[in-house]
Design a protein around this ligand. Sequence first.
Ligand SMILES: C[S@@+](CC[C@H](N)C(=O)[O-])C[C@H]1O[C@@H](n2cnc3c(N)ncnc32)[C@H](O)[C@@H]1O
Length: 335
Amino acid sequence: MNENSLFPEKILDCLKRPGGNQDDIMEIVEGGLKCLNTGEFFPNERSIPFLFKETDGDRKHITNTIKDFYEDNPFPSYEGLEDFGNLVNKGSSNSFSNELLQSIGFNKLILECGCGTGQLTNFLQLNNNYTLGIDLSLSSLSLAIEHKTRNELSRSSFAQMNIFNMAIKDEVFDVVISHGVLHHTFDAKRAFAEIIQKLKPGGIVVIGLYNRYARIMTWLRSKLIPFFGPNIDYVIRNKAIDPKKKEIWIADQYYNPHETWHSIGEVIKWFDENNIDYINCSPPILGSHTNNSPDSLFTESDPVGSYERLITQLGWISSISREGALFDVIGRKAS
Ligand SMILES: C[S@@+](CC[C@H](N)C(=O)[O-])C[C@H]1O[C@@H](n2cnc3c(N)ncnc32)[C@H](O)[C@@H]1O
């Protein structure tokens, strides 16, 4: 792989040393990255840019356990040897990723925290966007980089980093996304506070979390799977084709070593405490849009009251619970 193709200039400018400063200048050198200010060299690990720094404090064992889990189960994996055409078709037919790309628009700098095997990071580099996906798991990142390299995607890039110690300057990205990730950290609220530091004022944050009410169904299935087998899962019956991908889905959903569940109200509180203005929720909250078909995922809507939010989330027990019970909340950093 040509090392210069690992990071486009625009993304390289956003990087700093792990634990470093806003004025750090990072450059690509043979076998890794180097900080021009200090001369420190960060050698690639298995050909993957390595800017990992451990979580501080006594709960770092959770980060390490999650890292080991996703080293064994790179999620969500690809359906065999997918080319970029397959990925674009899949991304365009998935209403969430398609609406996300349309809402983001063109020429943006996008950070995906916990990118897994990099499908979304590779998809969102369409529209002349520049994307950086970071993750703990080297085996996930190596699939992401394999896909990027094989399909010559010059605007997506990847590095091993820890959300709790990102080697990224503050306030440099237009959009920060973390989909299905923060609930696997030891403190989702703290992880949220970390990732929004990387967002420019006026930038958009998209957070996808397991829902406190809808996820109960997954918990119930986890008790039944040992007796009835994986076919009680909707995705296994109807969606996943590749046997390896099926195996990884079951491990991720039912045998994950650490997950927490969250409500819409809780995320709105995080927003309030961190100067983020609420924009929207996906799926939408009942009664939150003035017309029934919002123009875009980023169209401003009303967070309505706690009663409507409770009814919405109880309704999710029979809808999004089939596919992991993930909901996304979208906000804008105050300028
Ligand atoms: C369920 S996967 C989601 C992957 C992808 N976002 C998606 O929606 O398919 C969760 C990912 O979060 C990553 N992750 C968990 N804790 C992390 C942390 N502290 N720093 C970086 N990545 C983390 C894991 O390694 C894993 O790849």
